[in-house]
Design a protein around this ligand. Structure first.
Ligand code: SIN
Length: 283
């Protein structure tokens, strides 16, 4: 069956039809998918009834996989390449450590020195309504800034942490995250290593700008996130069971909306492809 490509929105994303990810793709099929990934930033594959091993094998075509040492609580106990994004309670009945994963605008692993190239999220159990994920195009966000703003932010670095702003920072998880992942400075503007295009690199996990006070940083960071998430740059994904959504973390940001009925299960599993080194530790 030939591969067909259907745009998902004006700003970004494409559905790839005519592939079965339980099978090994030929090099030419993979090349077409890879080209579309670089062009569109997000790929959707529907109706993919695949195993964990097949999810991992397809993801490896894009590069080395992260074993999630920086997020040890959230990885699958038998498959360190899989990150659980689930609200299924722990065996002792405690709330799942990953219930709130992704509920702020971010780019995966920005709080490490090897921010992710891309992530592949598989929808396994989807609520009856909602549980959506929104994505935004950070090339478009950068391009739409004025020349003056581009010049001002180009040399600046944001301080990225693994902390979640939406939750109580004193939970055991948050304490563990801060200990494993000290703050890291990342440029506010990154050059995509494959396309050569500039993209904004900000998000809700950026706490401050290097060499500025929190008071000075906050208005600029708030503006940049608000600007980057303007509706015209965004695609909202409504999950179906057996969807695989892949995104390019170097030119997109995403947020899990948490917009589903309490008591319903939302269970997804993610592989994370390692990217090129970026950023530096703060003293
Ligand atoms: C993530 O940020 O990787 C998870 C996104 C989601 O749960 O929709």
């Amino acid at each position: 069956m030939p591969i067909t490509v259907r745009p998902l929105s004006y700003a970004l994303g494409a559905e790839i039809q005519g592939v079965d990810l339980s099978q090994t793709l030929s090099n030419s099929e993979f090349d077409q998918i890879h080209r579309t990934f670089l062009e569109k930033g997000i790929l959707l594959f529907r109706k993919q009834k695949i195993t964990r091993e097949q999810h991992i094998a397809f993801s490896r075509r894009f590069g080395e996989l992260d074993r999630h040492d920086s997020l040890p609580r959230d990885r699958h106990p038998d498959y360190p390449e899989l990150l659980l994004v689930t609200n299924i309670p722990e065996e002792d009945g405690k709330e799942s450590a990953s219930k709130y994963t992704g509920q702020q605008w971010h780019s995966d692993m920005s709080f490490t020195l090897e921010p992710s190239l891309g992530s592949l999220l598989r929808g396994i159990t989807i609520p009856s309504v909602g549980g959506d994920t929104m994505f935004t195009n950070m090339y478009m966000a950068y391009d739409a800034l004025s020349d003056g703003m581009k010049k001002m932010i180009e040399p600046l670095h944001g301080i990225h942490t693994g902390r979640r702003k939406v939750l109580d920072p004193n939970t055991a998880r948050e304490r563990e995250q801060s200990a494993i992942n000290p703050p890291i400075a990342q440029p506010l503007v990154r050059v995509h290593p494959e396309t050569g295009r500039k993209a904004l690199y900000v998000g809700d996990k950026v706490s401050c700008i290097v060499d500025m006070t929190p008071e000075e940083s906050k208005p600029l960071l708030d503006y940049l996130v608000r600007h980057a998430t303007r509706p015209q740059f965004v695609y909202r994904h409504q999950w179906q069971q057996d969807d695989i959504v892949m995104w390019d973390n170097r030119c997109t940001m995403h947020i899990a909306l948490g917009d589903y009925p309490e008591g319903e299960i939302r269970h997804l599993e993610r592989t994370t492809v390692k990217g090129t080194p970026s950023g530096y530790y703060l003293q």
